[in-house]
Design a protein around this ligand. Sequence first.
Ligand code: SDX
Length: 426
Amino acid sequence: MAETVTIIIDGEKYEFPVITGSEGEKAIDIRQLRAKTGYITYDPGFGNSGSCKSAITYMDGKKGVLRYRGYPIEDLAENCCFVEVCYLLLNGDLPNRSEYQRVSVMLNDHSLVHEDMQIFFQNFPRSSNPMGILSSMVNALRSFYPELMTTEEAMEITFMRLISKVRTMAAMSHRISRGHKIVYPRPDYSYCANFLNMMFDSPVRPYEIKKEFVDALNMFWVLHADHEQNCSTSTVRGVGSARANIYAALSAGIAALWGPLHGGANRAVVEMLEDIRKNGGDVKKAVERAKDKNDPFRLMGFGHSVYKTYDPRAKIMKKMCDKVLAVANTQDPLLDIAMQLEEVALNDDYFKDHNLYPNIDFYSGIVLRALGIPVEMFTVMFALGRLPGWIAHWRELMDDPEKKLFRPRQVYVGETERRVIPIDER
Ligand code: SDX
């Protein structure tokens, strides 16, 4: 017997089916709600509404669980490189050695960017925000690859092209913004080593590839690779639901990630920590400001729409800080401030009552600073990690027999009908 719920409206009973997910989570199927009752639901930000069924990522916000295709994030971060996780998200399972080799060759073969695109980069003002450049350039990339994705092979080439070229373009935008010659990808470097080399190699000071930094970057991007229906992924799905092409959908996802409440938080955390440091390191004052309803200040890197406990990714990121700082042979005063801030906040009743814990962005900036990534590139680093997740969700939506054009409803609270009064009588 299929499970149902009953809603009573004006004495009338209405039954709606219940959908149960593979982890036992329940959803009321309200697709017939408006037709049957004339009512709609009201759920700003859709925090209580499922937009789709998905088999990509599972999160338990209470227990702090995150799994990609069933694999716990802790296991993946410890044992897999970013390219393996890209394959996992796109294909549903981890690659064996020959599959890994095959996609690595594809990523290498599609790592160059059309030379004509350099002119686009060179014509952005030097001070342009790299997220705006990346969003524009991903859209522009389609002009060079207008072919339709009608076969599995064409799909895979497009996905590999995006994962490889967007990484190259990110490094290019950084180099050109600094007035430096661009560095080309190398066939003898791995995906992550190539990115670091394209960012930092110099004719007068060749960049030394450190295994620990390459490992840290792999782990950083594995932690960012997907996160079910977050704001930017829902944006990618929304654009995809109109059957716009994947380049347009990803460009929109990058734009959504730019926001300081979402992917822009990693940069906002470091700017917040810098402010606290410059003002004498008074973390208690920052916590008090974050609690003050009259103060727009929020503790960036704290709180989460889903996690009401410690973000499992933040735990891993926090451990990574010490490792990369040791290899970089440097201390970062912001790490001490971050840890003091965490200590005070986690022992504060307001934060405990509101279930506010560090999220992935709280420590990620410390890792990026140790790798030498400039702060203006922090959210770009998040975007490069999230790319395979966005692509996997776009693909899942395209294959979903129940997909619909995104078109939420509203509760209208404006003027009721009225007549126009001629201008000279108003
Ligand atoms: C990411 O969705 C994803 O999965 C995103 C992400 C991913 O991988 O894709 O995980 C990446 O975006 C992580 C989040 C990065 N953003 C930040 O760190 C910005 C700071 N955090 C907040 O702005 C906030 O926590 C949100 C937006 C992240 C989540 O907010 P909620 O849970 O949707 O709810 P809310 O904004 O309504 O806050 C609920 C209460 C409010 O207090 P009350 O009015 O109920 O008394 O908690 C308070 C808020 O004022 N609150 C905070 C706070 N976050 C929430 N108070 C102080 N500091 C904070 N950081």
